[in-house]
Design a protein around this ligand. Structure first.
Ligand code: HEC
Length: 177
């Protein structure tokens, strides 16, 4: 509902020929540059409020052998993927850079890895869980790198990790590309 409304507003913004858009049109190169490096608040919120948290909780649930909770966390992540898809449609309407990214491929790689993890959870297999979780985490970072955000490095939670964010490496990073 919110997404649809926002999309309609974005369309109105583009179809309408007034206000800010006139300024952007006057300097298309600059507008594109701004969009390329733009902060994507809705996507960032989904990452902060859902992805990072469910990614960490899934690891703790799997390690505790709490497969019912792990199943629940996988479902939450699947729901977030649907929201991400909707958000990316909005982002692509506004950004030619995002229209040029292989978004389907990026998402597919992520979903394939999540499915492998889901299977390990359904099989209640701790060893497979460990391997699949690494693949899943690598898929988070593959998307970050592809999206020009390689400095966002997700890791399997460390018992002595950085406080409430045990699943992110804050120590190194090369910055957006
Ligand atoms: C479809 C691509 C994609 C996938 C898959 C993805 N991310 Fe992201 N993530 C992004 C993008 C793009 C940003 C930068 C958003 C921005 O701030 O503009 C981001 C940002 C983040 C951030 C930083 C948010 C902030 O504001 O500090 C975290 C944390 C994060 N992602 C966690 C994860 C985790 C955990 C996973 C895997 C479970 C994951 N992401 C999978 C694309 C992705």
């Amino acid at each position: 509902m919110q997404g649809t409304l926002k999309r309609a507003l974005v369309l109105v913004f583009f179809v309408g020929n007034a206000g800010l858009l006139v300024n952007f049109n006057a300097t298309p190169g600059r507008a594109q540059e701004v969009k390329r490096n733009a902060y994507l608040p809705q996507l960032a919120d989904l990452m902060n409020e859902s992805m990072q948290i469910n990614h960490a909780k899934l690891w703790f649930a799997g390690h505790a052998g709490n497969w019912a909770l792990a199943t629940y966390e996988v479902k939450k992540i699947k729901g977030t993927i649907e929201e991400i898809k909707e958000t990316i449609v909005d982002i692509q309407i506004a950004s030619s850079h995002w229209r040029s990214l292989p978004v389907n491929e990026m998402l597919k790689n992520f979903v394939v890895n999540l499915d492998a993890l889901d299977q390990a959870v359904q099989a209640k297999d701790s060893v497979k869980f460990e391997t699949a979780y690494q693949g899943f985490t690598t898929a988070c970072n593959a998307c970050h790198t592809r999206a020009g955000q390689p400095q966002i490095k997700i890791i399997a939670p460390l018992p002595n990790g950085s406080g409430i964010f045990p699943n992110q490496d804050f120590t190194t990073g090369s910055g957006p590309q």
